[in-house]
Design a protein around this ligand. Structure first.
Ligand code: SAH
Length: 377
């Protein structure tokens, strides 16, 4: 994986649709079927460069290589093992880093099956939404990922592991709905039969609650699943931990979710991290029950994973179960994850910006910031 193979000014073909590839092939004076061959090499065979594309004419391969690449990132580090969660640290063309996480077995999660592999992809470098409990936003927002960079996370992991990814969750770093056009373009490529061929029903987009974009996504033709990072059932609780709630309070968020519910067949999922003394009051469970029932939403309760430098912790197991039982008694489909350490939430909710130093990759320092938890903060 030499760094010289990444050409700074070249456009990655992994972000182009088949129609766009066809245009490009036509410009090079080649017949249309070459676009299909090109797509097959890139997405199905995961060819790292044009040199490997042996059934394409040499002249076409050379013309493409002058302006385009099929890789724009490289794997800088892999942690974890085959049987557990594996985190891939990817170095982008501009020297930034993102992480993508492969979770081998995915029981009872987002419609997944135990023998399926789920990949948790990032949609941005950093995050601007500043949720008070989350590691990803600690160093602020840097930039959107391109569609090619989102698609390439899957291609890199499949190439590296030799395994197919069956489920995708947009629960890595970033707010996917704040990068709407690149994320939806990536989803089209990931889903297409000429692309990665991952079923739309096996993709879950998770959002902190960008109401206007949820309405827009309700018209997106592919039947992807939607998960809402709710984490509070009332405005005062949600305001404390998710600044986005002041922009789109629950009444606006739920009006948008109602639109989604009317237009789509896919059930909604509410993610609810349980944080001691912040959102684990049993009254929250009662309000949450009503909200979930009204939209036929499923609730995933996730005991909070401690983030270094942040003051939050998870409630006792008894409290977690009491919270869940209120939902279950109200007839809501609710799950509570009781695993520790390597669970999916730890994997997905705790991606942090990395930077490279002489000593290797280190996590970026937690910036000085006041953690304000008052309602008026
Ligand atoms: N911005 C999107 C996508 C990120 S998803 C969203 O907010 O949905 C990452 C998920 O992990 C979110 O549900 C987030 O709230 C959750 N999360 C963040 N930090 C966490 C932590 N320390 N423990 C458990 N879950 C966490």
């Amino acid at each position: 994986m030499s760094r010289t193979c990444l050409k700074d000014t070249h456009v990655s073909l992994l972000g182009l649709t088949q129609a766009e590839l066809a245009e490009l092939v036509a410009e090079a004076g080649q017949p249309a079927f070459r676009a299909g061959q090109l797509a097959e090499w890139m997405f199905q065979r995961r060819a790292p460069d044009f040199g490997a594309m042996s059934n394409l004419p040499a002249a076409l391969r050379m013309a493409l290589a002058e302006r385009y690449v099929t890789r724009s990132m490289e794997i800088a580090a892999v942690t974890g093992s085959r049987d557990t969660t594996r985190k891939f640290l990817l170095r982008l063309q501009d020297g930034r880093y993102v992480e993508t996480v492969l979770i081998p077995a995915n029981p009872a999660l987002y419609g997944g099956r135990a023998d399926r592999r789920t990949l948790c992809v990032s949609s941005q470098v950093g995050c601007a939404y500043d949720c008070k409990f989350c590691a990803s936003g600690l160093a602020g927002f840097t930039r959107n990922l391109t569609a090619a960079e989102i698609v390439e996370q899957v291609v890199q992991v499949e190439q590296n592991t030799g395994e197919r990814v069956d489920n995708l969750v947009f629960m890595g770093m970033g707010e996917p709905l704040a990068n709407f056009s690149n994320v939806t373009r990536a989803i089209e490529i990931l889903n297409a039969p000429w692309g990665l061929g991952i079923g739309a029903r096996h993709m879950t987009l998770s959002t902190s609650g960008l109401a206007p974009q949820i309405r827009k996504l309700a018209d997106f033709p592919l039947q992807i699943r939607l998960a809402i990072s709710l984490h509070g059932a009332t405005d005062p609780v949600r305001d404390r931990i998710m600044p986005v709630n002041r922009k789109y309070p629950l009444v606006e968020l739920f009006a948008a979710l109602e639109v989604w519910h009317q237009k789509r067949k896919q059930h909604l999922t509410f993610e609810y991290i349980l944080i001691e003394g912040v959102n684990d009051d049993l009254e929250q469970a009662r309000v949450l029950s009503g909200r979930a029932r009204a939209l036929e939403a499923k609730v995933n309760l996730i005991p909070y994973n401690t983030v270094e430098g942040l003051p939050w912790k998870r409630p006792s197991v008894e409290r977690q179960e009491a919270f869940r039982d209120i939902l279950l008694r109200a007839g809501v489909k609710a799950t509570l994850r009781l695993e520790k350490g390597h669970d999916i939430a730890a994997a997905c909710g705790q991606l942090r910006l990395k930077q490279e130093t002489a000593e290797g990759i280190i996590e970026s320092p937690v910036p000085e910031r006041r953690i304000t938890i008052g309602a008026g903060a």
